[in-house]
Design a protein around this ligand. Sequence first.
Ligand SMILES: [Zn+2]
Length: 183
Amino acid sequence: MATPLWAPWRMPYIVRSDKAAGAKGTCFLCEHPVVQESFRENLILLVQEHAFVCLNRYPFTPSHLLVTPRRHVSDLSDLSSEEYLALMTLLRDSAERLRRAVGCSAMNVGFNLGADAGAGVADHLHGHIVPRWPGDTNFMPVLADVRVMPEYLDDAWRRLHQAFADLPGQRAPAPTDSRGSLG
Ligand SMILES: [Zn+2]
């Protein structure tokens, strides 16, 4: 039976007062996919015309992805058929690439529609893809210190960046710094 996940680094996110900001110009899901030079910093893996995929900065497990429509809407029914198809296609393609890149044995995939369903940013629809491994809660305390997360997240981004190279869309340039590829 699965053990509930413990992710203490989510606390700063949960207590942030501005996380649900949905006013024009203040939504990170609207702002982050715009500037390609900031894709790595913002943990973005791929930006397409109607949808994009990024790592969740406050993940439940390593390499937790968010798949998001480009347009600021809160519900699946707000999407046009074209946008819906683009979002679901990217969700499918991202799950496939995530599984291949991190070797997870299972995944949780889904949408939290509305704050009462657990959506942290309820105003801008986003799907979650959470990779799971047998006994994955066992190693979570190793990653529990919030201060280690920025470096860990960049490692996860580097691992996944190449995995999206075969899909159409905008990506950050390949990492060239000396830390090298994780393979
Ligand atoms: Zn937005």
